[in-house]
Design a protein around this ligand. Structure first.
Ligand code: ATP
Ligand code: MG
Length: 254
């Protein structure tokens, strides 16, 4: 029996004016997998993830999350998706606790469950005491933890994280990485974008290298190293090899 893939991208494309930022992505991610979408600045990671969560319409192609077409069955898809944007939008004049209640209400959680979920998530992220402070008084790390907690309110099966360790100090980054592992062990699928090699290397079951809107290759680190002709190399060497010599000609032509 083959399970429905947690994520399927089918010839996914996005154009901004004359510029094609995402150029025909095909990918499957399986339930429980941690998949890292690794690419340099401007490679097309955020554009892709926004199409995956239903925020940015693709120019062509499809996205399926847990079998639901994000653009044809948005409600069903969004029920299974949790999303943490690269710059989370939080209501700075609410307290962390109020914000979670507010978002739980948007997700349609019954009141008692919203309260219970809020307290559990605040506790899980070490924010119980900060819960009654205004979000604008939170540090960057606290804001990011609150954004992740928000994305988990409705118990999503597929969590999409855009540069989730950005701005986090070593300890906070460690905590988030440990949590991602734990969620994956519990069966959640995690798709994360990063330009930080160590994040991909440490966390991901498989890595996809995106370069100028194209997926250059997908696999475990060992598979990528073999593909790059650098068996046994670390991810930095592999990444630089893969993305160094392969600038598509049309890029030069504009
Ligand atoms: N709204 C937009 N209008 C025009 N071009 C855009 C827009 N958003 C992104 N782009 C361009 O699309 C390309 C991909 O951008 P994207 O934000 O997806 O990259 P990224 O991989 O997330 O980069 P980073 O690591 O810096 O976050 C870039 O060349 C960017 O300039
Ligand atoms: Mg980005």
């Amino acid at each position: 029996m083959t399970a429905t893939p947690a994520i399927r991208l089918i010839d996914l494309r996005r154009r901004y004016g004359d510029f094609e930022a995402v150029r025909g992505l095909n990918l499957e991610v399986q339930p429980g997998e941690v998949f890292a979408f690794l690419g340099a600045n401007g490679a097309g990671k955020t554009t892709t993830i926004k199409m995956m969560v239903g925020l940015l319409p693709p120019t062509a192609g499809r996205v399926e999350i847990a079998g639901y077409d994000v653009w044809k069955e948005p409600r069903a898809a969004k029920r299974v998706i949790g999303y943490v944007p690269d710059t989370p939008i939080l209501h700075e004049l609410l307290t962390g606790r109020e914000f979670l209640w507010f978002m739980a209400d948007l997700y349609g959680l019954p009141r008692a469950e919203a309260r219970a979920r809020t307290e559990a998530l605040l506790a899980d992220f070490g924010l119980t005491d900060a819960g009654d402070r205004l979000i604008r008084e939170y540090s960057l790390g606290m804001k990011r933890k609150l954004a992740i907690a928000t994305a988990l309110l409705h118990r999503p099966r597929v969590l999409l994280l855009d540069e989730v360790t950005n701005g986090l100090d070593a300890r906070a980054a460690r905590e988030v990485k440990d949590r991602i592992r734990a969620w994956s062990r519990e069966g959640m699928t995690v798709f994360l974008t990063t330009h930080i090699l160590s994040v991909a290397e440490e966390l991901a079951h498989r890595i996809g290298v995106i370069h100028r809107g194209r997926l250059l290759c997908v696999g475990t680190l060992a598979e990528l190293a073999a593909r790059a002709g650098r068996p046994g190399a670390n991810l930095e060497e592999v990444f630089l090899t893969l993305t160094g010599d392969r600038l598509p000609e049309e890029e030069v032509a504009g």
